[in-house]
Design a protein around this ligand. Structure first.
Ligand SMILES: Nc1ncnc2c1ncn2[C@@H]1O[C@H](COP(=O)(O)OP(=O)(O)OP(=O)(O)O)[C@@H](O)[C@H]1O
Ligand code: SF4
Ligand SMILES: [Mg+2]
Length: 327
């Protein structure tokens, strides 16, 4: 159930990866994968996170659950600042926060049975053993639309969609509160994508889960997201309620992303102008000054090169980082 409390609050999060070169491994620069990003995820909501490849979506997710040690900023989970928690202090939080991965082929160990894949985190967190563990695994398999007998089989015996269901069962095994789904449907056939999204929604309603749902394409997050954040080159450039963002995209980058989504109705399709983004995505090692989108933006002015636009609420929780909306 949605309430207004935040489960996750991210404040000025930075994740810089050092680049080392030469014989003495001298650090010469940083990849600024996530560069001063702030947002919150309310309990029971789904925050969609979109943007082109390399904009920092996965790094944001992995830094939130502390698979990476953040360079700067704060990660607050249910009111507790976990940013600098060590391994042992993180243990209870590791259970509360789980991840579902893009590639259901690479993310499941081919030498383990499905039962052991799902049971592994139950064992790590010493939640239960024996008959109780077996029954829990069987329950989880059925919960994600598989068969309890599948526990004794190996991942290669399943289709992509079924493997993703196994990945979801694994994430659910330890009764998490928060799930980061990192492009969970991108590798699946279009016909199966909707089934997996629907299942994730049902699970959310039944179990009161909170999701961060990552995708590179806005059309994939539209249905499932309460709010959507758009990232560009390590920055959050727009954040709004899902319907609002689709109806009234403000940032020129969001407008371009939306214009690339095909419309099934040919009459409407003609009316829609397709915005083609020119220019390369700059390097996150040495991003442009001011607005990072400026070399691809048709509205760019001198101010855009000089001053970085801040992510500001322009009303009703619709936030945008663009000088076009400066007062
Ligand atoms: N472990 C790492 N070490 C160094 N650089 C990294 C590391 N992980 C990611 N990067 C770099 O950080 C930037 C952001 O990468 P990230 O994987 O977060 O992007 P993404 O938005 O998830 O992209 P995709 O849609 O391709 O999954 C990229 O330039 C990437 O090369
Ligand atoms: S700040 Fe300037 S360059 Fe950046 S998106 Fe807005 S108009 Fe374009
Ligand atoms: Mg990624």
């Amino acid at each position: 159930m949605k309430d207004n409390k935040s489960l996750i609050e991210i404040k000025n999060l930075k994740m810089y990866f050092p680049i080392k070169r030469g014989l003495i491994n001298k650090r010469i620069d940083y990849v600024k994968a996530v560069d001063d990003v702030s947002f919150e995820i309310k309990k029971g909501e789904t925050l969609g996170l979109v943007g082109e490849s390399g904009c920092g979506k996965t790094t944001t997710g992995r830094t939130i659950i502390k698979l990476y040690e953040s360079t700067d900023g704060q990660i607050i989970y249910n009111g507790v600042d976990i940013t600098r928690f060590n391994q042992s202090k993180m243990t209870p939080y590791r259970r509360k926060m789980q991840m579902i991965f893009q590639d259901p082929y690479a993310s499941l160990d081919p030498r383990m049975t499905v039962g052991d894949i799902i049971g592994e985190s139950i064992d790590i967190h010493k939640l239960m053993g024996g008959k109780e563990r077996t029954e829990r695994i069987q329950y989880l398999l059925e919960r994600v639309g598989l068969n309890s007998e599948h526990a004794n089989r190996y991942p290669h015996e399943f289709s992509g969609g079924q493997r993703q269901r196994i990945g979801i069962a694994r994430a659910l095994a330890v009764e998490p509160e928060f799930i980061i789904a990192d492009e969970p449907i991108s590798a699946l056939d279009v016909s199966i994508q909707a089934q997996v999204v629907n299942m994730l929604e049902e699970l959310q309603d039944d179990l009161g889960l909170t999701y961060l749902f990552i995708a590179h394409d806005l059309s994939m997050v539209k249905h499932i997201s309460t709010r959507v954040g758009v990232m560009y080159l390590g920055k959050m450039v727009e954040l709004a309620e899902s319907n609002e963002l689709y109806k009234k995209p403000l940032h020129p980058y969001t407008q371009a992303l939306l214009s690339a989504i095909p419309i099934p109705d040919p009459d409407q399709s003609e009316a829609k102008e397709r915005i083609v983004l020119e220019g390369e995505i700059p390097s996150p090692i040495n991003p442009p000054s001011g607005c990072r989108f400026r070399n691809r933006c048709k509205y760019a002015t001198a101010k855009c090169a000089e001053q970085e636009p801040e992510l500001k609420d322009i009303g009703g929780g619709h936030k945008v980082a663009c000088h076009l909306y400066d007062k």
